[in-house]
Design a binder for this molecule. Sequence first.
Ligand code: FNR
Length: 364
Amino acid sequence: HIPPEIRCALDYETLAPQFIAAPTLAYIAGGSGHDQTVAANRAAYARWAITPRLLRDVSAGHTAITLAGIAMAHPLMLGPVAFHNLVHPGGEHETVRGAAALDCPIIASTQSSCTLEQLARSAGPQRWFQMYLQPQRADTLDLLRRAEAAGYSAIVLTLDAPIQVASLRTLAAQFQLPAHCVPVNLAGYTPAQESAVAPGASRILQGVMAAAPNWDELRWLLTQTRLPVWAKGVMHGDDALALQAAGVAGIIVSNHGGRSLDGAPATLDVLPAIRAAVGKDLPIVFDGGVRSGADVFKALALGANAVAIGRLQLYALAVAGALGVAHMLKLLREELEICMALAGCAHIDHIRATALFHQREHHV
Ligand code: FNR
């Protein structure tokens, strides 16, 4: 059941500590390093207000969009998030039931607690697959072919995390992935290995990054599939332009929820420049700190075509399973509709930057 304390989408985050053990919550809520970017993602929304508009007719309004040719009932997706069985025994199967109830497309993580084939059997029709370029091209290809065979309709290539950066908060909580959280999708593949480095060389630059993918790998991957490929982790207009030129179907503006480069700017703050760089036609999915329909509205106003939900799906899953996920999405959509109604936007493409009011920071 849904606890009566849940009155808005954000309440799932507020209530999550009652349903998730403290070290696990530290792992999920934390970012990397000092969590500066986690905080920045959230703080960015508070600098924008939504301007009310009067007497506009929104009675024929709706939240439907077309994203890269796909008809969607609303501009929400579930982003790729590892190991749902950390917070619910049903894992991703439970999450995708909730998503399907709201016609919400999902982006399945490579690091799911079940295989992509198992997940395909419980997920709704709109399912995308998130992957990383593997150290061996043969493994990358195998993963790609499996996703194609299982009926995933797009590939999301996450490019922003060639190094795993711990969060000090997670380290302090002494969190360890439990034994039942293993990346089953990658069984049999060659894992990334740190190269031995010469004395005086850098363990990071020559050791860890030696095997990291580069632009050639990306261009190669794009020649290997007919599925649309989206690039996730874009934070700079020049990268967005280069990806567009390379032929991606769209980009996901994301800083990995603050879990990669600590000190990266808020996604909301870089979004306008990225939209300006690529022009109006390249589809942009946005994520980072989205906890309310107003947050969704602001991201759409600043250039996103759709918005992906990260942590909030795990919180909703922990609190109330599939029902919680469906309810969280319904609340987000209603909160978005309220903003649209009062800002006089009948359709998603009426939501423009002119609907926002930039607030100066208050110094007390
Ligand atoms: C993630 N994220 C992520 N991204 C990805 O491409 N592959 C993955 O396996 C994961 N795993 C993952 C686990 C956990 C616990 C979190 C919190 C995040 C990043 C995710 O897709 C998304 O970019 C952020 O979560 C968005 O920020 P919010 O909505 O969580 O604030």
